[in-house]
Write a new protein. Sequence first.
Length: 277
Amino acid sequence: MLLGNSTELVEAVETNNRFVIYFSNNLYNRSHTLMYRETQTWFSPAIGHDMTVNIYGHYGKPLLVFPCSGGTNHEFEDFGMLETIKDQIEAGKVKVFCVDSLDNESWLKTDGHMGDNVYRHEAYDKYIVNEVVPFIREHCKSDCRIALTGNSMGGYHTVNFILRHPDCFDACIALAGVYDARRLVGDYWDQNVYFNSPVDYLPNLNDEWFLERLRDTKIIICTGQGPWECPDDSKRMAEIFAAKNIPAWVDLWGYDVNHDWPWWKIMLPHFLPYILD
């Protein structure tokens, strides 16, 4: 079976309740860039249905990628983000893991009760921490902490997950995200919204276990100030990080920088070397 111009699907097998796809010479991606690519799918007990992860690269710092609003594990590749960091992947400096989104069942769901929709995100939290993190560590043969990145809604997840789970994650590059959950739920409010709204829960975080670990992370937040961007949330996060003595690089780009892929494709390779040092 041929995929793309010259890639042969060698086998698709089910092992340990995971559906694994391997490609000939381990060299293929949908954007026609040659690099190692693997796809694994398994039934998630936390989510209640199959979820898929794409893996790119043989070796390096594990980088977990969250898609944009309602996106999939293919988005990072399909929109050319993977291409911007292919040199680091092929050099064995970074190994990329792209996960599915659950936003259409939680934050972005338009029907049902908002409280139920927000609670659905807690299932995604359990999926990432209890399933994806162990999978990445097993795949990398290391118990290391993992880096995070994402843009737009993925930027929100990037910051929220590193703040809530600094034992799992030690670096992040959050691009063009929002960090006030009110922007996602409007007037609705409950404890699940609060504990997923960084501008609200971080100022009240006084647990030294968390703070010590967060002070041992590399946090980068970048946003433009052009159309469809929301720099106010990033400015607020910078103030909170300073008050909590948490090192963070909050970078506001120009008023010509809008909320779109061409800028994110510039931002990611600009910041990636910092978290790989």
